[in-house]
Design a protein around this ligand. Structure first.
Ligand SMILES: Nc1ncnc2c1ncn2[C@@H]1O[C@H](COP(=O)(O)OP(=O)(O)O)[C@@H](O)[C@H]1O
Ligand code: SF4
Ligand SMILES: [Mg+2]
Length: 332
């Protein structure tokens, strides 16, 4: 059996509060296989971005890994120094974010920026670098690469800038691309084009993709498998198809109920009442953090966080009452 590309084990990420840490990511474990596209879905504030940033060691000041291991290509990144992580970032692991303007240098021409990861990772042959830059620009669908390479980020549309980000992320042919809400600010046509582009890299270069979004419908278009995060916890994990067809946890069930669909035409969309608890809300975070919003809540739900139940076929849930009121039907 081949070893997984990435194994995240009992990862917790804390935000400094005086001498203490408040956990924004709380003891999550998951595995990514080589060539896989894995989703992470959850509302804003659930800890998706901090999980993503922890992997290549990019957590902001005041935020740290307080526990756990991040084993990537057989090395524990959680134990590496920044200097050692430089060799991995942009080379073996790349990231793209929601707003490319915050990641692109406004003063540097597009071509120079796309060349940077190659230069940082030891390429010196100018002609070779230029060829690689023009080649990747063409692959990501940037028209007229020769001319565009001489332009600045502000001269490009949002969709084009996101393509530049993908070119920059992919030029060193990383094994893992972490895409954190990469299409959120874009219209649906551009969104679809970028999803196709990510699929292209996955299919043709075998790049594994960790795709993060608050939008479960979008995740289902790109990913085979997804994790569902709520208040820093991993609450459900499995094939997207299974979670969509029959979510075991009330949270993804609520997320699905809020998606417009042809099948449910005429029935009203249901938004989950309440909101994600703040990381400082100790009372709400005790037990199952979803309890205040859950219509199936029982007394034990507020006493402890439920353990992981194996539902078969790679589908797991952390809930005391998987499938809620439907429990017991259809063999569950
Ligand atoms: N740099 C930071 N400093 C302090 N708190 C932060 C920082 N980044 C995120 N948080 C807090 O951590 C929690 C998880 O944030 P995040 O990972 O960004 O969630 P998501 O990406 O799911 O929206 C939120 O409560 C957020 O307010
Ligand atoms: S553990 Fe209890 S409160 Fe949490 S989702 Fe399951 S039934 Fe609802
Ligand atoms: Mg985020």
């Amino acid at each position: 059996m081949t070893t997984p590309l990435l194994e995240v084990q009992h990862l917790s990420v804390g935000i400094k509060r005086g001498r203490d840490y408040r956990l924004a990511v709380n003891d999550i474990s998951f595995t990514m296989n080589r060539g896989e596209i894995l989703g992470i879905v959850g509302e804003s504030g659930c800890g998706k971005t901090l999980t993503a940033l922890a992997i290549p060691g990019l957590l902001p000041g005041g935020v740290s890994i307080t526990h756990g291991d991040i084993v990537f290509e057989n090395r524990n990144l959680a134990g590496l120094k920044n200097r050692e992580l430089y060799g991995i970032r942009g080379n073996r692991i790349s990231m793209i974010f929601q707003e490319p303007m915050t990641s692109l240098n406004p003063l540097l021409k597009i071509g120079r920026q796309i060349a940077e990861p190659l230069e940082l990772h030891g390429y010196t042959d100018k002609a070779l670098i230029r060829r690689e830059v023009l080649d990747i620009m063409e692959k990501v669908g940037l028209p007229g690469p020769e001319r565009l390479a001489g332009e600045y980020p502000h001269q490009l549309s949002g969709g084009m800038r996101q393509r530049v980000m993908i070119a920059l992320a992919m030029i060193c042919n990383p094994r893992l691309l972490i895409a954190d809400e990469p299409t959120t600010a874009l219209d649906v046509t551009i969104q679809a084009q970028l999803l196709r582009l990510m699929k292209w890299f996955n299919w043709n270069r075998g790049t594994s993709i960790l795709f993060i979004s608050h939008d479960l419908a979008l995740v289902s278009r790109l990913c085979d498998r997804t994790l569902v995060m709520y208040a820093g916890k991993l609450v459900e994990e499995g094939p997207v198809r299974d979670i969509f067809r029959r979510p075991a946890h009330e949270y993804p069930k609520g997320l699905i109920g809020a998606i417009p669909s042809k099948d449910r035409k005429g029935s009203p969309l249901v938004n989950i009442p309440g909101k994600v608890p703040s990381i400082d809300d100790e009372e709400e975070l005790c037990g199952c953090p979803f309890a205040p919003r859950c219509s199936h809540k029982a007394i034990r739900c507020t006493a402890a966080f439920p353990g992981r139940t194996d539902l078969g076929g790679g589908h797991y849930v952390c809930c005391f009452l998987p499938f809620g009121k439907d429990a017991g039907k259809n063999g569950s």
